[in-house]
Design a protein around this ligand. Sequence first.
Ligand code: BGC
Length: 258
Amino acid sequence: MKFKKILGIDIGGSGIKGAPVNTKTGKFLEKRYRIETPNPATPDAVASVIKKMTGHFKWKGPVGCGFPAVVLNGVVKTASNIDKSWIGTDACELFTNTVGLPVMVINDADAAGLADVRFGAGKGVKGSILMLTIGTGIGSAFFTQGRLLPNTELGHLILNGKNAEKYASDATRKKEKLSWEDWGSRLNEYLLEMERLFYPELIIIGGGMSKKMDKFAHLLTVKTRVAPASLLNDAGIIGAAMAIRAHKAEVLKKFEKT
Ligand code: BGC
């Protein structure tokens, strides 16, 4: 089985998006496809969407998925913004069995970071890069010299006595009907804390917010360079595909066992 063309899938709170990706170039090979996230998004319900996705592309090769939680060796460990029944589920095994193809599952922000560091805003940056995906939650991916430190959960840092993602996510901006000024200054507080703790060379803002930087960039006072993810919302799909390529041997071993 070849691992150059991989179906990348980004599992999100409102939509599950996928496209076949050329992992050497980071480009989509076909137009991306979106399916509404089922409600409730239980393991079986999501697995049947993954099946629909592979069916849509008539896919016969490997599949990489980005998932909005901590994922250790394919097993989901947390569930801040997803159905609690995911905790302890081997997502990798579940999807592999459902679609009958080799599947790898990693954290969604790690996936987005892999893509933007290699092909996007972080290309060529040698020092540390912090990618933050801002949407329903706040996801983080930390890189140094192009290498990922997986499963960092910096969106859950306590800021002003609150979980940072409850204070500065896009979902909170909408829920509390915050103006861009108010939300932007909350984000700024969060970024100042990130800067104080990590001193990265670059902070990349990913997720839906990567398209709205013009609304809040002027409110940021961090000294660190802040750039929008240049792959925008596609980073999650591209990075999920890239992850499986890097773990080819391990993925095939698991697949052969099923
Ligand atoms: C989760 C992270 C995830 C982020 C973005 C957070 O609530 O804990 O694992 O990356 O949301 O989806």
